[in-house]
Design a protein around this ligand. Structure first.
Ligand SMILES: [Ca+2]
Length: 205
């Protein structure tokens, strides 16, 4: 099937990407080139993709900022762990001319839990359950590696406002990839069995 081919292809790309993503978790280096040399222990790399406790995602990124200064720190950290982004508003960073946009919660703003708010034409994923920000959104077809934007091992709820289904996969490198779940369209999942496990997304179009 179509999927079999994709899985094989994903496996190759994901294996390389995992090395970079794991390295970023340790020292948040500015570039992928320096990331490779920053990894000192192969054992740490092996465990970094497993559970929520060892994801390496800085906790500052996963919650609402308490002040404007903290929001600025979040934006700076986002751009550091995933170079190439442009800040497009107080709480948003855009990558690749808007193909991926990450939105952080504004400090002081009441967080409306339980409201899936993905705009039409996009599929969204949230760092917290019940659609809690920060939120990432994509619209491109095909397989994409969340490591590109520092979003591996973070997704805790999802919302799909595209016309296609969206699959979430884990990188099981070196053994390829592992299917986790599908976010059918239109639809939302306020919590996930595979919390903080998704590494790759695939919009079926
Ligand atoms: Ca999370």
């Amino acid at each position: 099937m179509k999927l079999g081919k994709q899985v094989a292809r994903i496996g190759l790309v994901a294996g390389m990407a995992l090395t970079v993503a794991s390295a970023v978790a340790f020292s948040a280096p500015a570039t992928a080139a320096t990331a490779a040399s920053a990894v000192s222990s192969p054992a740490s790399v092996a465990t970094s993709s497993a559970s929520a406790g060892s994801t390496g995602v800085p906790s500052l990124l996963s919650r609402q900022a308490r002040s404007d200064a903290e929001l600025r720190d979040q934006i700076a950290l986002q751009m550091k762990i995933a170079p190439g982004g442009k800040q497009t508003s107080l709480n948003e960073v855009s990558y690749d001319n808007g193909k991926f946009v990450v939105t952080y919660a504004l400090p002081g703003q009441q967080v409306a839990l339980g409201v899936a708010d993905c705009p039409s034409g996009w599929f969204c994923f949230y760092d917290n359950i019940n659609f809690g920000y920060p939120r990432g959104k994509l619209s491109s077809c095909g397989t994409q590696d969340l490591a590109t934007w520092g979003w591996r091992n973070r997704i805790s709820s999802v919302d799909n406002s595209t016309t296609n289904s969206v699959e979430y996969w884990a990188d099981a490198s070196p053994f390829g990839t592992r299917y986790l779940f599908t976010n059918y369209n239109p639809g939302a999942l306020s919590s996930l069995v595979y919390d903080n496990e998704a590494d790759l997304v695939n919009r079926n179009c």
